[in-house]
Design a protein around this ligand. Sequence first.
Ligand SMILES: C[S@@+](CC[C@H](N)C(=O)[O-])C[C@H]1O[C@@H](n2cnc3c(N)ncnc32)[C@H](O)[C@@H]1O
Length: 214
Amino acid sequence: MGREFLDIFTDWSSDYDEFVEGKDPEYEAVFEGYQDILKDIVQRSGTRVLEFGIGTGNLTQQLVTAGKWVFPIEPSKEMRQLARKKLPKEVIIYDGDLQQYPKPLRQLDTIVSSYVFHHLTNEEKGKALIDYAHQLEIGGKIIFADTMFESQKIMDQLIQQAKQNEFYTLADDLEREYYPLISTLRELFNQAGFEIEFEQKNEYVWIVEGTKQV
Ligand SMILES: C[S@@+](CC[C@H](N)C(=O)[O-])C[C@H]1O[C@@H](n2cnc3c(N)ncnc32)[C@H](O)[C@@H]1O
């Protein structure tokens, strides 16, 4: 599991960058403040960063420009091809995913992703976080931006709102993929040995920052 939504991104890859700029009304609120969200991740990151699900490479590009060493991972060939055009040639983009990925070439201090972690079920998220804890030293960070919800009630209201607006693609997406509650993420990060903070970035997206404790 974990790669079951990949075909969506193969189809989406060629106009993905238009979506993040808010060209599709269905996803405008989800991508509101997208560039600032990426900038925030960069500012919170250390200097040796693994990034999961780089897509067309927008966050990777910002991390590299900020002078960080980046180990970028992306399972979609089409996305990797688009990201390739944005990144310096010495940056190798690896085929891999949140659960299976090549061994990083350096000791990491940060693991990041944007709009990716919801591809795992909650059970898979818990196992992945335990794996990530093994990749980091004490004080190392996980910084994920993604759609998540403060309560089931808020999630249900947003799905209802999407249907009322006839945003059926968004409503299907919210019902189909594994968008977590904040309380669930808190528990999973704590179980994996991370202390965490959340910051809301728009109606859908929050940044979760976990710091490895033990
Ligand atoms: C919504 S896009 C986000 C792309 C980029 N991170 C951004 O912020 O623009 C989701 C990305 O996750 C990738 N993806 C899908 N399933 C994945 C998995 N199991 N592990 C890692 N990446 C995955 C997709 O191919 C796609 O590039």
